[in-house]
Design a protein. Structure first.
Length: 384
């Protein structure tokens, strides 16, 4: 992991009007993580849940700077998490102290819970992995509620939310949208330092409200900083679940991940088992709509049948997410691709190999490489 130059001090304050709104005084502007909760449906929960969420949100904001001193106007009660984050990236734990604007955070706590029959909550982005998790539990006959964080992904906030809602409507799955504000300075892969923990902490709020004890997130956790970021590590998730337990919350967060390209094969099997359509509904492209159309035109021109079978107005065909889905559908022989000429598939394979060479071997997973290599051999035999 690349170390950054630490800031000397950062100030993070909570809004006196919203217990789920934190602002960091940044170099350029105030950076904010907040849940928009005008009806206070999430605020009326035990203090321990609110405290844990604030600690995770604080960790997300400061992970752009790793300041030596953190000043807040609220008490930080789960410093083990902040210290573990710093340690993971090779920094000494910060000094956390109160500033002169310390607030008395007294909010009404209402222990009443809703209940609609669901007993699992799925953190749902509308992408390949969250659709797999949801469908795999539906296939077991379990009741699942999907929770989507609108605006967490600043590239496609509205598209992700609308697609997620539409998916759940098609599959008769109860759906909750939690609107968030995210103006953190973190960009690119750096957002993964704490992001998945922030997602889980927010989804836990909804799980508690409905009396649900199991939360599903993307798995595939790693063992060391060389393999992934803090919120992708086994240690971070073990600590997070321990903090939930220590707080007296009967909620457990579980990561599920069958593999990169393997997920597509699993979804194809689930479509048959559940007799529902999944892959064409997946929102799995991170390219802005204004650019996606231009990228898509290349595939419509070079591989018209493959584009017709795999791409929509929500996909570009060229980003890692799109290539992952198309590669999986080819490899696991999605019957919707039966009319695609072999020449078009060969073009996709060759173009993807060139794309990896251009952007670096680490652009994609080991699973992606092995599946692509197998297809290259298969179609290389056909076309020499």
């Amino acid at each position: 992991m690349t170390r950054i130059e630490q800031a000397d001090k950062c100030e993070v304050n909570i809004s006196p009007k919203n217990p789920f709104s934190l602002k960091l005084k940044g170099k350029k502007h105030n950076e904010q993580i907040a849940i928009v909760d005008p009806e206070r449906s999430l605020s009326d929960q035990p203090k321990v849940i609110r405290d844990l969420w604030r600690t995770v949100a604080l960790s997300h904001l400061v992970s752009a700077y790793f300041p030596r001193i953190i000043e807040t106007n609220f008490p930080v009660n789960y410093t083990d998490l902040v210290n573990a984050l710093y340690d993971y990236y090779g920094y000494r734990p910060p000094k956390i102290s109160a500033n002169s604007n310390r607030l008395n955070l007294e909010f009404h706590s209402n222990e009443s819970k809703l209940n609609d029959g669901a007993y699992i909550v799925n953190s749902h982005s509308g992408g390949l992995d969250s659709c797999f998790r949801l469908a795999s539990h539906l296939a077991r006959g379990e009741m699942v509620r999907a929770v989507h964080l609108r605006n967490l992904n600043r590239v496609l906030p509205g598209d992700e939310a609308e697609r997620s809602s539409y998916q759940c409507k098609q599959w008769n799955v109860p759906f909750t949208e939690v609107k968030v504000i995210n103006s953190s300075e973190l960009k690119g892969l750096d957002v993964m330092r704490v992001r998945d923990l922030l997602v889980a902490a927010t989804v836990v709020l909804t799980a508690y409200r409905y009396g649900i004890k199991e939360v599903l997130v993307e798995g595939g956790f790693v063992d060391s900083p060389d393999e992934g970021d803090f919120s992708e590590s086994k240690g971070a998730w073990n600590l997070f679940n321990n903090l939930l337990s220590d707080a007296g919350l009967d909620i457990n967060v579980t990561g599920e991940y069958p593999g990169d390209i393997e997920t597509v094969g699993e979804i194809l099997n689930l479509e048959k088992k559940l007799n529902i359509t999944i892959l064409p509904l997946v929102q799995n492209c991170f390219t802005r709509k204004c650019w996606a159309a231009n990228n898509r035109r290349k595939w419509e021109r070079k591989t018209p049948e493959l584009a017709k079978a795999c791409l929509s107005e929500n996909t570009c065909g060229s980003c890692p997410k799109c290539r992952r889905t198309v590669l999986g559908r080819i490899y696991y022989e999605d019957t919707r691709l039966s009319g695609v000429p072999s020449e078009e598939i060969s073009y996709f394979i060759k173009d993807t190999k060139q794309w990896i060479k251009r952007y670096g071997h680490n652009t994609v997973s080991t699973s992606f490489h092995s599946h692509l290599s197998d297809l290259d051999h298969r179609y290389g035999v056909l076309f020499g």
